[in-house]
Write a protein that binds this ligand. Sequence first.
Ligand SMILES: *Cc1c(COP(=O)(O)O)cnc(C)c1O
Length: 473
Amino acid sequence: MSRNAESTAFRSALEVVRGVEPRVADAIAAELADQRESLKLIASENYASPATLLAMGNWFSDKYAEGTVGRRFYAGCQNVDTVEALAAEHARELFGASHAYVQPHSGIDANLVAFWAILADRVESPALRKAQARQVNDLTEADWFALRRELGNQRMLGMSLDAGGHLTHGFRPNISGKMFDQRSYGTDPATGLIDYDRVAEAAREFKPLILVAGYSAYPRKVNFRIMREIADSVGATFMVDMAHFAGLVAGKVFTGDFDPVPHAHIVTTTTHKSLRGPRGGMVLCGPELADQVDRGCPMVLGGPLPHVMAAKAVALAEARRPDFADYAQRIVDNAQALADGLLRRGATLVTGGTDNHLVLIDVSGYGLTGRQAEQALLDSGIVTNRNSVPQDPNGAWYTSGIRIGTPALTTRGLGAAEMDATAELIHTVLNQTTPGTGPDGAPSKAKYVLDPAVAESVGKQAADLLTPFPLYP
Ligand SMILES: *Cc1c(COP(=O)(O)O)cnc(C)c1O
């Protein structure tokens, strides 16, 4: 499709919106301008293709489609069936999975679907069996009480938050932390790497129903073959949440022991991070869990979003093309170039480097908290986010880390030379920023001092770096 047609499509869409609420059209246009100008290093963000974006803005949004392909609770779903089946087929082929459920609205929702599927499949509860056999009327008060108790006290073992795990793996701010009795495994304090012997030990002691692998801030590969062996040794269901690195799996950068799909009982993901699709989620599994997974809506999900499923089908079709494998490899090459550039300039990196799409800088080496570093970089046109480092002394709010990722800039076409230049800009800002003081003169974890001339100069250099790589020209 020509660039011209894409541009015309977006311009026309904006004009139509402008006719109703011009402030929304302005905000949409301003968002594109912001995204064009900033050096986007947020590890969980990307730029979806025009085809993916355009597939979302249409009449599918008007359609109710509870149920699954061919078995809907609403009439007239034949076209929704077409796009949902296509998205699922592309997902199965791309990841080599026997079953794909493409309805989850987000990564959190995909995890809820998976948790419910595992509970329903694994927990020995006569009351649950009755409920599932649609004999709900036969359930007594005592049955319901037993059912809630049995389902509500299961064990989950996942990666700790400060080692890079995710809230949805059993932590308090998410329902998973209230549903499950959770314990976590961390990383080796000396190397920053997962210590599989310690994971095995924790599994033997804790005997979880679910062993979860997956992360949002761990800069290394995970050996899913070993994790599966650990799960098997204690009879746990092995779940992998590949939300962050699905694009690297799709692009065959993570293969063999590092490809979660052949090793896990169930895999969840987002579709909008390194996979470069629309905002959404997805579940992959084998035949054993497929029926339970397909009950996601209405068990834990609201009605499907057919317009987003259409966009998932488009993005997954894109990810099956040979150039996506090239893209995935460039994401990792860029992350390594960025890490090398930072290390050469004296930065401290968690685990000393990366073998995926993200780099975690320990900014305590610059005398800063993550919050100070994040804001100073933002002032300089560099968009990152603060993140805990293992055993973080500054807690989850201020933190001591900056997480940076390369999927978005790689989509724009930046390469190793630009990554080195980016490392220089990041180092300059962090090096020139000093901690500020609070009203009482005490050291502040939030306030910082950065010469505005430095911020402006770096911002200009960041913009220049992007000029040769226009976004949606
Ligand atoms: C981003 C992320 C999620 C949540 O995805 P949402 O689409 O924001 O709900 C879940 N798990 C992991 C590991 C993630 O990185």
